[in-house]
Design a protein around this ligand. Sequence first.
Ligand code: AMP
Length: 509
Amino acid sequence: MSRSRSANLFDLIAARARAPEKLALETADATALTYGELFTRSAQAAHALVALGVRPGDRVAAQIEKSTDVVVVALACLRAGAVLLPLNTAYTLAELEYFLGDAEPALTLCRPEWLERVRALALKLGLRRVESLGVNRDGTFAEAIAAAPAAFETVKRASGDLAAILYTSGTTGRSKGAMLTHENLASNALTLIDCWRFTSTDRLIHPLPVFHTHGLFVAVNVALISGATMIFMNKFDPDAVIAAMPGATSMMGVPTFYIRLLDHPGLDRGTCANMRLFVSGSAPLLAETHHAWRERTGFSILERYGMTETNMITSNPYDAERRPGTVGFALPGVSVRIAHPDDGAPVRAGEVGVIEVKGPNVFAGYWRMPEKTAQEFRADGYFITGDLARVDEQGYIHIVGRAKDLVISGGFNVYPKEVESEIDAIEGVLESAVFGVAHADFGEGVTAAVVPRPGAALTEQAILTALGGRLAKFKAPKRVIIVESLPRNAMGKVQKAALREAYKDIYRA
Ligand code: AMP
């Protein structure tokens, strides 16, 4: 790329959009936006940012509810050369204090009802500006948008300039800010558009949150750069998704969405007749869910894998077999290797190792944590994801769990996924989570939390008996806890750290 050309992601979006009157964001309320309106409103919002003192490279924190204005703010940040820092609205004021203190945003956008308390917090932290933005174009920032001029000259950016900082969910230690560049986001979106065949004829159901990489970057960037329409839902509501399907072509969701939709009587082949693609990611999709979906709808869900730091890494194929329980192959342009966790040396074919990744998709490091960043990269530039996987004979990647969730019992490695798959196959089991708990004899004891299907009467003993002979003895759980549900975060990921904490004393006499 020549030095004079800008690598601003916004320019890529604007260059691809050819129909200003076409809906970019369709909504059930009055906040829908055509491409023309989205570009005008984002120009106004970019003016408002600049007027509030935001300069290129400054951070803009946004803890606001999902609405089309989140997309407006995201584009305005790109246009003004600012760095977007989206935050889950579930975060408390104490959590917000950490993020704002760490990122030092030039501007914070919050919900209108939080304006006073966030302003008080900003004052305490010595931060400059706080404005509010509500879901109905209300709040002080909405007023600033409405009053601003409708044309804005997008700031030039180099490919390595930051576009966003996304804080990782941080199940252990401090949450880290993953610095994502314009190139990271642009390259990944273009790759996904190609692999998943997105075009301007697509109508994508978008029920995901927009503070996370999945809803914000995978869905929004892919749809906008394709010139497609998003059916933008402020939250996941199975009735609304089923109602939207006949007029949609595609959907992106987390496994929990698919499980909830399978419970809906309205899901059938007729409802899906106009659809071409269902994508799942952010947490493992059970093979059982994949099979049940295919039986009901005729569609194989396309499972992909990625993380905040790397954008998307692998995907099942569009044209060839989508193998249940796998995350497919490395995306074009992305190098993936399965390495020995200790030294990064390649493992033998078929063995479990840690997924390491290199490519234009991989982030620029953790915000103000150079040492932490250095620890997570190998000397040859590969990022250590911390996910354990093996590759099967046809090259499909099977994720077996997070390295930190690996259970080492009596010196043997136990991969939770393998034990969970056996437990899930037992009659009456809805789902399970396997984790390690300190054990005086074994170091760690394999422990299982099991959720029964409605109406099923399961006991610890019944599960242990059913597992007898199906797993090597060292892999079998020492204790099984029957629970009503598993702790999950907003993306549907099971929080194993919470389980380890809750049952940490289970093997103490
Ligand atoms: P996040 O940074 O919140 O997107 O979380 C990334 C993590 O989610 C990865 O490191 C994986 O552990 C997990 N993950 C994402 N997609 C999948 C998938 N398809 N199957 C299994 N785990 C996944």
